[in-house]
Design a protein around this ligand. Structure first.
Ligand code: SNW
Length: 291
């Protein structure tokens, strides 16, 4: 059975369930029941499994989202998401590692309730999913073994440049590094292995992950490119407004009471704070992201 068959089966099952549920609702409605109201009271955010939120993520984007030694998901985005969902009264959160290239489609197909993986909000992606408000604005980084390996001044012409498929880095490279030979990888670990063994000259990824890999291996940050116009957000299926609004409310509360700031400083020590995500009383104190 291929992926399409599975999707079809799932949708037809859902359709069958839906018509069964509709029939029951109509019968109950005839008896004067308020079944529709109690349905939304039991599952106010339209979760696939009521009371439990399933999250599509990636396992190798340290320190945003990654699996620790015991296989547990953690990182800035993960812990912020747990905090935000707890505020919405959802305590059961299950994370699954997926390939980034299929992540938004999986959320759109309702295989998962949410996508959490430093996913930059863009108009392009908004055609597939809806997003919470932004919660993280940073840089895209070109990482190489050493400065002499590539020439940024020549827009990486002739260099073999790794990108993870489906990322903003891929889009940016196609537009801005036309003379580079792009090598697409399913995830960062595969790309970093290729960089370490010399089969690519550089890898293009998110700034904080680049920093983490620099600490782990002997690598160099060649260039940081601002991506503040595409802050990361939580992705939900199109039209799931109840869930999106609950996430927005939780995010606003986590920013206002200093939780966002605490998590940011824990996971991204030394990185500049973004003023608009700080408590209102502190917003003038923060460094601007361009400083
Ligand atoms: O656009 C940035 C945002 O400003 C912040 O720095 C967090 O990362 C971004 O959302 C970009 N992230 C990439 C993307 O959205 C890669 C995500 C990934 O590798 N999972 O395509």
């Amino acid at each position: 059975m291929d992926g399409n068959d599975m999707t079809t089966t799932r949708f037809s099952r859902r359709a069958a369930l839906f018509s069964a549920a509709t029939a029951i609702t109509l019968v109950l409605a005839g008896c004067g029941s308020t079944d529709t109201e109690s349905d939304s009271a039991d599952n106010p955010y339209g979760l696939i499994t009521p009371g439990q939120i399933s999250v599509a993520s990636v396992g190798d984007l340290k320190p945003y989202t990654f699996t620790d030694a015991s296989g547990e998901f953690t990182g800035f985005d993960v812990e912020l998401f747990r905090d935000v969902t707890a505020r919405a009264g959802i305590d059961e959160v299950t994370f699954t590692g997926t390939d980034f290239s299929g992540l938004l489609a999986a959320v759109s197909n309702e295989q998962y309730d949410v996508g959490v993986a430093a996913i930059g909000i863009t108009d392009d992606r908004k055609q597939t999913v809806d997003f919470s408000s932004g919660y993280l604005a940073g840089f895209l980084t070109v990482l190489a073994k050493d400065e002499s390996a590539v020439s940024y001044e020549d827009a990486l012409a002739g260099s073999r440049l790794g990108v993870v498929q489906g990322t903003l880095q891929e889009t940016y490279a196609v537009e801005n590094f036309p003379e580079a030979a792009l090598v697409r990888f399913p995830d960062n670990n595969a790309a970093i292995s290729a960089l370490n063994t010399g089969s690519i000259d550089a890898h293009f990824l998110d700034y904080e992950s680049a920093k983490a890999y620099i600490e782990q291996y002997d690598l160099t940050d060649v260039k940081d490119i601002p991506s503040f116009d595409a802050p990361a957000g939580f992705a939900v299926a199109k039209g799931n407004d109840a869930l999106r609004e609950a996430l927005d409310e939780g995010l606003a509360a986590a920013m206002e009471d200093g939780t966002w700031k605490e998590l940011y400083q824990e996971w991204f020590p030394g990185s500049p704070l973004t003023p608009q995500y700080l408590p209102k009383a502190e917003q003038t104190e923060g460094a601007s992201p361009t400083s």
